[in-house]
Design a protein around this ligand. Structure first.
Ligand code: 9MJ
Length: 680
């Protein structure tokens, strides 16, 4: 029977262990144990705390959620005001800021601490003797709301600081935000349960922190980065902002790894561009970068203006969302006949460019967002993604706003529009009779990754189809259908361009089976599938005649691709085009069909880890697959061999643990050169 001191010691030990794992997982992004093991530690702690409930304290990791719903939020006065930031909207604003600072400080160059500007909610955490006692919103900067219960549920906020050299009172300021992945998952959940999705991660974070029931907040994927301090009772903190952030990190608080030290205005602008280029790849939304004078002494010398410090500035990125009027909804017909509703917009500057069109995706999306011609809408353009209509500003809807109806006939060719059961996409049934589909099919055929016809741009294809000179991809190779003088006479063309284009068309005749298959634009047959089909069967006639069973043998080919392939090659028109192309000189070498090769490694599963000297991992994978082996990404009991190169990852350790045979590069080469039963 364990004594109560035993239980207390075990509880203390487990809490320590769990807090340490939390810190690695949520703060350092470097998990030390599998989730299942973490869950077991938590369960053990919960069991012990049930045995000795008198030992439960607020900072126990089991107590993040548990408090009862509130009737409302109490007010919290900030002893040290929570400041906001002045903004710079362009490089000139930024240069002016730096000029003010250097002049004010009478120095040549200033050292700044540079940080990404997270788009979330500013929050203050108060730690007393290392324990989180209060969390508050900024409010008006002087008085905020007590959201302690909700912030306690955020796993990246430590309930107890690490180490023992923290001030006895420490207020930490930072931003609570919702990572993109979590936001998408939350919105999916909201929709699946008939709820209203959030407009953006910032709203979702705000809505989650304003829940009166912390159990709801606990289900929301929130995180926090810390970027400063408020009240601190002992002046033992370092004398630069950056060094303070390093201390916060040491005490277990999360600080952005993008934080950096930069010098002068040039350093600031360079950091702004660097983070701007990374913006879309970051797992959370930012709306700019923040520069803070690094030296606290210099900060003090500069002081404040009203609510913002003179020593800091937010250099904003161009907004990614703006409002504009939706003039009408057009329908675009794509290569596969898909009808996409497209919003025609009054020009608006968003995400750094002027936008006049935005996708509305499909009929259901238009209905879900209830977008109508005449509405004022929120348009979003992030990075290189196609601009989209995010939502409607209902308060500004005019009385005569017209609801959208998906046409029943194709607006381009008049063929019937069909929408298959369970599909979101409506399609024109006209196939290549539809000039819109023809244009897109020809553009795809000529594109770089397909037949690679240089100089045959989208505009030229559109013109040639519109004047009726280009009716199928075969016409491209038929000089009687498309002679030099016709090409030379098109907009922005001439003798020289026509010569060059004809040379490029001739050059494209010599292709590969994989490129040719891809260029046909069969639905769901992308580059990788085209390559797999070419390698497996070796020649076109076999692919065209292959039955379902034979096609399903190809790696990654499933029933949908099989149905599309069979339907495509069954269509007489498609067979004729292929015949014409070959008659007009399009050709490729047949390859040796993998299916006919011996498969000495059939039934064996390989995992590759680390880098090799004489081949890339992709090459090794291709060679192994050619011999019939399966190559997978994770090691299990079923793995036959793990090939270990330089700097192998954790897969090697796992193989060791499971007793899977390891091969080095030399052994792999030997196996590839002399597969086991090739000499049998
Ligand atoms: C954000 N939002 O990321 C500040 N912020 O500093 C950073 N906000 C700030 N710093 C003083 N990185 C007031 C606000």
């Amino acid at each position: 029977m364990p004594t109560s001191t035993d239980i207390a010691a075990s509880i203390a030990q487990l809490r320590c262990e769990i807090n340490d794992h939390n810190h690695h997982y949520y703060v350092l992004d470097d998990p030390q144990i599998p989730d299942a093991e973490y869950d077991r530690l938590m369960q053990r702690l919960q069991a012990l705390e049930r045995q000795a409930p008198e030992l439960i304290t607020l900072e126990s990791p089991t107590q993040r959620v548990g408090a009862k719903p509130l009737a409302g939020f109490d007010e919290v006065a900030h002893r040290v005001a929570m400041l906001s930031l002045d903004n710079a909207f362009n490089d000139d604003d930024m240069l002016a800021f730096d000029a003010r600072i250097t002049k004010g400080l009478e120095v040549e160059q200033v050292t700044y601490c540079a940080e990404p500007k997270l788009d979330g909610l500013a929050v203050s955490l108060r730690y007393e003797n290392g324990l989180l006692v209060r969390a508050a919103t900024r409010g008006d900067g002087r008085v905020g709301e007590d959201i302690t219960q909700n912030v306690r549920t955020i796993s990246s906020v430590p309930l107890r600081l690490m180490g023992d050299d923290f001030p006895s009172v420490l207020e930490v300021r930072g931003e609570v935000y919702m990572p993109r992945v979590g936001f998408d998952a939350l919105n999916k959940r909201q929709r699946d349960h008939g709820g209203k999705p959030f407009a953006n991660p910032r709203n979702a974070a705000a809505g989650s922190l304003r829940q009166l029931d912390p159990k709801i907040t606990a289900t929301r994927p929130l995180a926090m980065y810390c970027y400063g301090v408020g009240e601190v009772d002992e002046q033992r903190l370092p004398t630069s902002h950056r060094a303070i952030l390093a201390c916060l990190k040491g005490w277990g608080l999360r600080v952005s790894p993008e934080t950096d030290e930069v010098y002068g205005a040039a350093g600031c602008l360079e950091y702004y561009r660097k983070i701007g280029a990374k913006r879309d790849a970051l797992p959370y939304e930012i709306d700019g970068v923040v520069f803070k004078v690094n030296s606290l002494k210099q900060q003090q010398a500069l002081g404040f203006v009203s609510r913002a410090p003179r020593w800091a500035i937010a250099h904003k990125f161009p907004a990614q969302e703006e409002m504009t009027r939706l003039i009408g909804i057009d329908i675009q017909v794509g290569r596969t006949g898909a009808l996409t509703p497209v919003a025609r917009l009054e020009p608006v500057f968003v995400g750094g460019v002027t936008v006049t069109n935005a996708t509305l995706h499909n009929e259901d999306e238009v209905r879900r967002k209830d977008v109508r011609a005449g509405d004022t809408v929120v348009v979003r353009r992030a990075g290189d993604v196609i601009p989209e209509v995010v939502s409607v500003v209902l308060a500004q809807r005019p009385n005569d706003a017209r609801a959208f109806v998906m046409p029943t006939d194709c607006p381009v060719c008049g063929s019937e529009v069909r929408r298959a059961e369970g599909e979101a996409v409506s399609r024109c049934s006209g196939g290549l009779y539809c000039s819109a589909q023809r244009k897109e099919a020809i553009k795809h055929f000529a594109s770089r990754r397909a037949m690679d016809i240089e100089g045959l741009g989208d505009k030229l294809v559109e013109q040639l189809v519109e004047v009726g000179w280009l009716n199928s991809v075969a016409d491209l190779y038929d000089r009687s259908a498309l002679p030099h003088e016709k090409l030379a006479g098109m907009d922005r063309m001439g003798d020289k361009s026509a010569d060059n284009l004809i040379a490029a068309i001739d050059k494209s005749k010599q292709t590969t089976l994989a490129h040719f298959l891809f260029s046909l634009g069969i639905r769901e047959v992308g580059e990788a599938t085209a390559r797999a089909l070419a390698n497996h069967f070796g020649n076109l006639p076999t692919i065209m005649e292959a039955d379902e069973e034979a096609l399903l043998q190809v790696a990654d080919v499933g029933p949908v691709v099989v149905a599309n392939l069979r339907a495509f090659f069954h269509e007489p028109h498609n067979r004729e085009v292929i015949e014409s192309l070959q008659r007009l000189g399009v050709q490729w070498p047949d390859v040796v069909a993998q299916k006919d090769l011996p498969q000495p490694l059939a039934g064996q599963t390989f995992v590759l880890t680390g880098s090799m000297e004489t081949m890339t991992r992709d090459e090794a994978k291709g060679k192994l697959q050619a011999l019939g082996a399966k190559v997978t990404g994770s090691v299990s009991k079923k793995t036959s061999y793990v090939v270990v190169g330089d700097d192998p990852g954790s897969k090697r350790d796992k193989a060791d643990k499971l007793g899977v045979t390891l091969l080095d590069e030399a052994a792999l080469r030997k196996l590839l050169e002399e597969p086991p039963n090739s000499s049998d």
